[in-house]
Design a protein around this ligand. Structure first.
Ligand code: SAM
Ligand code: SF4
Length: 337
């Protein structure tokens, strides 16, 4: 039985006055894909003992909802390759105070689990899809099968997930010819989309992130040549800025960590699969919540105390740049995207 009432209600605020209401939890660093922007060809995965157990993840979720967090997104690695992840979804889905409960997935397992995820209390899905061309998809993910992901999205729609959001990392010379096909795909299905600028997280050897970089402005210009794009004030509490096309319900978002810095509105922290609480995507500052939960098994209060004590280290902003040296050595699948 899930415990639904976390014990504390002091809100979590950093030293720049930002209220922290959004927790992204990575449930695994493993994945069944090997996307070129996310991983090197032979990624190193964590030994299982270093990864938080599902019980520990549920405890951390409770602790954060008790500190006023009202939005949790499960991510990874690929969250749906973690065995028994549905149990965690049920535990978190039952927490009083959680208003927005979402998952980011590559969609490869959705034909099997979309319905059970919905039944377990998951409210929203983001599905990563960078191209609608099967060969291009295989190339970008190194191993993925497009057909399975598209069938997975259909299953999620059939399970009753509404306003599914597609995440597409755009890279020059890789998938920049797919902007309009992806847009047509979401418009037809009343889904939302966020186009994402590639971030320099971790060292990759098979492409130069700098020459492949495509800015949100360039993407918008390509779209604007075919559609009327109207800026909106819509927000889903994340980093996307949204635009709309008259006559369509879809929100067209752009995540632009380089070109349109969004740090001033940052309301989130990230838990890595090994229990490090990262206070900023672009910095290494972290609170070791695995050490806390293993020293105080089952204690929500111990987690909360560690977070209250460490939150003032949250930096004012990230410092991503295209300088040759990569400042952040963590890959996105380690960080939890
Ligand atoms: N496996 C799931 C998926 O692909 O949706 C969840 C984890 S993945 C790390 C989360 C998001 O991060 C995906 O939308 C992915 O496209 C994005 N991502 C991964 N590496 C990135 C990078 N270097 N720059 C920008 N986005 C990245
Ligand atoms: Fe896996 Fe997601 Fe990273 Fe692709 S982006 S390798 S699907 S974790």
């Amino acid at each position: 039985m899930a415990e639904t009432s976390p014990p504390n209600h002091n809100e979590l605020r950093d030293s720049f006055g930002r209220s922290i209401t959004y927790l992204r939890m990575s449930v695994t660093d493993r994945c069944d894909f090997r996307c070129r922007y996310c991983m090197d060809e032979t990624p190193q995965f964590l030994p299982r003992a270093k990864v938080l157990s599902l019980e520990e993840l549920a405890l951390v979720g409770r602790a954060f909802v008790g500190m006023g967090v009202n939005k949790i997104r499960l991510t990874g690695g690929e969250p749906l390759v973690r065995r028994d992840v549905l149990w965690l979804v049920e535990q978190l889905g039952a927490l009083d105070g959680l208003k927005d409960f979402a998952m980011t997935t590559n969609g490869s397992q959705l034909t099997r689990v979309a319905q059970p995820l919905k039944a377990a209390g998951l409210q929203r899905l983001n599905v990563s899809l960078d191209t609608l061309d099967a060969a291009n998809f295989r190339d970008l993910t190194r191993v993925g099968v497009l057909e399975k992901v598209l069938a997975g999205i259909d299953s999620a729609l059939a399970a009753g997930f509404r306003r599914i959001k597609i995440n597409a990392v755009m890279m020059k010379g890789f998938n920049d010819h797919q902007i309009l096909p992806l847009l047509a795909y979401v418009l037809e299905r009343n889904m939302d989309i966020s186009f994402i600028e590639e971030m320099p997280l971790g060292v990759v050897h098979d492409h130069d992130r700098k020459t492949a970089f495509m800015s949100s402005r360039e993407i918008r210009e390509k779209i604007a040549a075919h559609y009327e794009l109207l800026a909106t004030t819509a927000s889903t509490g994340g980093p996307s800025r949204y635009w709309q096309i008259p006559g369509h319900a879809s929100r067209i978002g752009f995540i632009s960590p380089h070109s349109e810095n969004f740090c001033a509105q940052c309301n989130r922290v990230r838990l890595t699969a090994e229990g490090k609480l990262l206070l900023c995507l672009g910095h290494e500052h972290a609170i070791d919540l695995r050490a806390v939960t293993r020293e105080h098994p089952g204690s929500v209060t111990a987690i909360q105390q560690a977070v209250y004590a460490g939150i003032h280290h949250k930096p004012e902003r990230h410092e991503f740049s295209h300088e040759p040296e990569v400042k952040v050595l963590r890959y996105m699948h380690h960080t939890g995207g």
